[in-house]
Design a protein around this ligand. Structure first.
Ligand code: ADP
Ligand code: ZN
Length: 345
């Protein structure tokens, strides 16, 4: 087990990596605690939840709505929670997002912690205090920054995680390496292809590094005024791909990263060889890298992206494997790049 964490003006978040999930009760510091989870986790891990006040949501992104937050708050009231209580979210990124937001607005805010159960949530989504839900088809447009008191990462959950979800987590870890750590990138290149069969020690090291990278960025820029934007590498195009296609989030981000790397090459920031290394790493982890043949739907979806302000987009480019920079690019230029990549895929 390893403990790390980060501090923001609002306080400290303790992160325990490779620790047993059953420890969440004592981390809630003796407060009356409600557990928010989904029905998959409730079915797979009944013993973890035995004797607890549990609210189990239907799994999936479609439940990430304000209506769910409202229903959760009503449940909290029914369970007798008050301002001195605690909320623990046990699940993937979706559960953490909803639980964090509900805890943050219930009685103007009660403290909360996360026990992430997907690789994506463990290495990325549960870290950093972004809590939000979707509105119509717009992702995370209602939400707030608020940090969990703790994140408890139990790698045993990954034994039941479907392979496709495992790969989605790999995408975000590769993202962290690509924007901030040449050494993690090289470590990942040396791993065997199938991430799901990684040795426990390797997995622990990789997840820990991924968390440390993100924690460092959060400490420098909690509210995404600058440095934190780098974490959106692959996401401008990724979100667009996710909205139009059949991709899971991590898969869409994988294609988005491959495209953003190619755009970086077109702008003379990285070599074709470096782009090739990134694509190989993604491909070996079982992730897609090829842009779609028709740019139309992505360009349309990009137009609706909430992060787009005026005529320019903050776009994350690579300036090496392990180094990123954010540039304001005219939307028209980005559109041009996308059409080009889709044509020459
Ligand atoms: P993400 O972390 O990628 O946002 P979600 O919260 O949408 O993922 O979870 C993806 C799916 O995986 C959901 O159906 C969820 O119920 C399921 N899931 C989460 N953790 C596990 C696990 N440890 N084992 C099996 N299924 C899981
Ligand atoms: Zn992501």
């Amino acid at each position: 087990m390893k403990t790390t964490g980060y501090a923001t003006p609002a306080g400290r978040c303790e992160i325990h990596v490779n620790a047993p999930a059953a420890g969440f009760g004592s981390l809630a510091a003796g407060r009356k605690t409600a557990v928010v989870t989904d029905t998959t986790i409730r079915r797979l891990y009944p013993r973890l939840l035995a004797g607890r006040d549990v609210v189990a949501l239907p799994p999936g992104e479609r439940g990430k709505t304000l209506a769910t937050v409202e229903a959760l708050c009503a449940k909290f009231l029914k369970l007798g929670l008050d301002r001195s209580s605690f909320v623990v979210g046990i699940g993937g990124g979706v559960v953490c997002d909803i639980a964090g937001l509900a805890a943050s607005v219930f009685m103007r805010g009660v403290p909360f912690g996360f026990v992430p159960t997907t690789l994506l949530a463990q290495a990325d989504a549960a870290i950093g205090g972004k809590n939000g839900v979707n509105l119509d088809r717009y992702k995370n447009v209602v939400g707030l920054f608020n940090q969990p008191r703790f994140v408890l990462v139990d790698l045993d959950f990954l034994k039941t995680l479907p392979a496709r979800e495992f790969r989605c987590g790999a995408a975000e870890i590769i993202k962290h390496a690509s924007i901030a750590s040449p050494s993690l990138f090289e470590t990942l290149e040396k791993l065997p292809g199938e991430w799901a069969s990684l040795k426990r020690r390797d997995l622990e090291a990789v997840v820990l590094r991924s968390i440390e990278i993100k924690a460092g960025i959060i400490e420098a820029d909690e509210k995404e005024a600058g440095e934190r934007r780098k974490l959106n590498f692959g996401h401008t195009l990724g979100h667009a791909l996710e909205r139009v296609g059949r991709f899971r989030h991590g898969e869409a981000v994988s294609v988005g990263m491959a495209m953003a790397a190619a755009i970086s090459e077109a702008r003379g920031l990285v070599s074709g060889q470096e782009v090739g290394r990134l694509k190989r790493l993604l491909g070996r982890a079982g992730l897609p890298v090829r842009p779609p043949s028709d740019p139309g739907p992505i360009v349309e979806a990009m137009r609706k992206d909430k992060k787009r302000r005026g005529r320019d987009v903050h776009f994350v480019l690579l300036s090496g494997l392990g180094r990123a920079e954010v540039r304001e690019i005219p939307f028209r230029d980005l559109e041009e790049h996308v059409r080009d990549l889709c044509q020459h895929r």
